[in-house]
Design a protein around this ligand. Structure first.
Ligand SMILES: [Zn+2]
Length: 310
């Protein structure tokens, strides 16, 4: 009776390990796993796992390498060769490499979007890289496509290049002839703070969270009329930003029927929070509104520069 060449456990004991069959050992070797002739199932599983981890690490290293090389402005063809070279020992399929390249492109775009704007150079690099792998626009993951689109929108706006990236088709707003659509999106949660007045014997006050980091604090006087502010979600909205207005409507969503057009000139302040922007206007009613945008800085930029297209 033999022992497992790795853990030394004896085979064949009643409560001991069995030996992995020659067929299974051959299968493992076929997958590049260096299994000895005598191995127990536990040790073979461990070898499989180690090989898998090694492969995952190697794939991550390729992705990191692509990100690094793009940031060091290595020409795309050179990056392409490096990817080929690094992926050869892993016998990765074309689809797999395509996926790694998309992941790298995403990481590059996200890192570069720190200031809300993807540079033209970076955009060119990403397209060139995707082009090497014949990755068509439709194959580009939606988040990268959005980042590229955001970059384009903001760049055109900052450069006063009146070239809309969004179509007004299908939007439920009555745009003026002279205004240009800068951005439009659906499923944007919106909310307004509502202040109500009531008499309380005593109140410890309290604050209401509007957005991450923004609290409206209630009053903490005793036995008097106090006003209480609460945040009222209006539901999801379709939102459009044009050179003249912000439009929003919750029509078409289950939650309600709020529609409004805010003139850029009526906006007094725009406050960005980590998950929202809060717009204060000098309209008499409902003069504060919260838009829960995933990328508040981008919208802050758009709104501050929207009139460049006016
Ligand atoms: Zn063993």
């Amino acid at each position: 009776m033999a022992n497992c060449a790795i853990c030394g456990k004896r085979f064949g004991l009643i409560f001991g390990s069995s030996k992995v069959s020659a067929t299974d050992i051959n299968t493992a070797r076929g997958k590049g796993i260096d299994a000895p002739d005598d191995i127990c199932p536990g040790c073979l599983t461990a070898l499989y796992k180690r090989a898998q981890d090694k492969r995952t690490n190697a794939i991550n290293e390729i992705k990191d390498m692509v990100v690094r090389e793009v940031f060091s402005k290595t020409p795309t063809e050179a990056i392409f060769s490096k990817i080929q070279e690094a992926s050869r020992p892993l016998a990765l399929s074309y689809l797999y490499i395509k996926d790694i390249v998309c992941q790298a492109a995403n990481e590059i775009a996200v890192r570069d979007m720190d200031d809300g704007l993807l540079s033209e150079e970076r955009e060119r690099q990403i397209f060139s890289l995707l082009g090497q792998y014949k990755i068509q626009a439709d194959d580009i993951p939606a988040n990268i496509r959005n980042l590229l689109l955001s970059g384009e929108v903001l760049r055109n706006l900052l450069n006063c290049n009146k070239s809309p990236s969004f179509s007004t088709n299908g939007l439920p707003f009555n745009f003026q002839k002279t205004e240009l659509l800068i951005w439009a999106g659906t499923d944007i949660p919106i909310a307004i703070p509502k202040t109500t007045s009531k008499f309380v014997g005593s109140s410890i006050g309290g604050s209401v969270r509007i957005a991450k980091g923004l609290y409206l604090r209630g009053s903490d006087f005793e036995g008097r009329r106090v006003s209480e502010t609460s945040i009222v979600p209006l539901g999801s909205a379709i939102v459009a930003i044009t050179s003249k207005h912000i439009y929003y409507t919750t029509r078409g969503y289950a939650t309600g029927d709020a529609s409004k057009r805010i003139k850029h000139e009526k906006i007094v302040s725009i406050d960005p929070y980590s998950d929202a922007i809060v717009i204060s206007t000098d309209y008499a009613r409902n003069n504060i509104i919260c838009f829960y945008f995933k990328d508040p800085r981008f919208f802050m930029n758009i709104l501050q520069n929207a009139q460049n297209w006016a």
